[in-house]
Design a binder for this molecule. Structure first.
Ligand code: SF4
Length: 244
C-alpha cells in the first residue's frame, strides 16, 4: 500500500519546520477512556483545540513501508495541554504501518475500513472530540477538570495507539499532535482532503467500480496518485479471472 506515501512525505516536510517532543508508546500511561461519548459543556471547558476560525486538520495515512513508519510513538509539535491557556489551532495526524502480503489490496482495504471505524471509539475522559468529515477538521473541547487532573498529549496519544493496535493488521502507529500556530495548517488541511479523496477512490474501486477510465469521474485523482490505476486494474483483472 503506497498510495498515501506522498502524503506521509509531505507531512514530514511540513513538520520539519518544527521541533517535536517524542514519547514511546507506553500502554500503562494511557489516559482514562470513558467508553462512550461525553458532553463537555462550554462552561466546563478550559479551551478548545482547533476551534472554529483557527486552523484544524485530521487525517490518517496507512502504509506498508517500514521505512516511513516503524515506531509506536507520540509526537507533539507545540504546547502541551497543561500549558495551553486559550483556544489554539490543532491537527491530529496518524501514520499507520499495516502488515499485508504484497498484492493483497483487498485485505489492506478491509483493514483500512476497520481502522477508520476505530477512530470513533476513543473517548478520553474530559477530552470531547468533534469531527467534521466534510470540513476535515477535528475540534476538541478539553474540560477544566481534566486539565486539573493532569491530562497531556502523551496520555491521550497512548490511548489512541492502543485503540489502533487492537486491529491485528496494524503493526506500528505514530500519532502526531500539532498545536504550534507557526506550522502550516493550510497545507495540513490540503493533505487531509487528499487523504480522503484517496480513501474514497479506493472505496469505489474495492466496491466494484468498472475499469473504464474514459468515463470515470475519479480520473483526476487517479492521474495524480501514483499506484491507483495499477491497483484498480489489478483488482479488475482478478474479477475477470474469477468469472471465467
Ligand atoms: S483506474 Fe480508471 S476506472 Fe479506475 S478509478 Fe481510476 S480513473 Fe476510474
Amino acid at each position: 500500500m503506497e498510495l498515501y506515501n506522498p502524503l506521509i512525505k509531505s507531512t514530514n516536510e511540513i513538520l520539519s519546520k518544527g521541533k517535536p517532543k517524542t514519547w514511546n508508546y507506553t500502554p500503562g500511561k494511557a489516559w482514562n477512556d470513558l467508553g462512550s461519548a461525553e458532553l463537555v459543556l462550554q462552561k466546563d471547558a478550559a479551551y478548545e483545540l482547533g476551534a472554529l476560525g483557527l486552523g484544524s486538520s485530521n487525517y490518517i495515512c496507512p502504509t506498508t513501508s517500514s521505512e516511513l513508519v516503524n515506531k509506536d510513538q507520540i509526537l507533539l509539535y507545540g504546547p502541551d495541554l497543561k500549558d495551553i491557556k486559550k483556544d489554539v489551532p490543532f491537527a491530529r495526524i496518524v501514520l499507520l504501518r499495516i502488515g499485508a502480503i504484497e498484492g493483497e489490496d483487498e485485505e489492506v482495504y478491509r483493514a483500512l475500513k476497520d481502522i477508520e471505524f476505530c477512530k470513533y471509539h476513543v473517548y478520553p475522559d474530559g477530552y470531547m472530540v468533534r469531527m467534521s468529515p466534510e470540513s476535515h477538521r477535528e475540534q476538541v473541547r478539553v474540560s477544566k477538570k481534566a486539565v486539573k487532573k493532569g491530562i497531556n498529549f502523551e496520555a491521550v496519544g497512548n490511548r489512541y495507539i492502543e485503540a489502533y493496535k487492537k486491529d491485528v493488521n496494524v503493526l506500528n502507529v505514530t500519532v502526531i499532535f500539532i498545536t504550534d500556530p507557526s506550522l502550516d495548517f493550510n497545507a495540513m488541511l490540503e493533505n487531509s482532503k487528499k487523504a480522503d479523496a484517496i480513501t474514497n477512490t479506493l472505496t469505489h474501486i474495492m466496491e466494484g467500480l468498472p475499469t473504464d477510465c474514459t468515463v470515470c469521474q475519479l480520473k483526476d485523482i487517479c492521474d495524480e496518485v501514483e499506484g491507483m490505476k495499477e491497483l484498480h486494474f489489478g483488482v479488475g483483472d482478478k474479477g475477470t479471472n474469477e468469472h471465467h
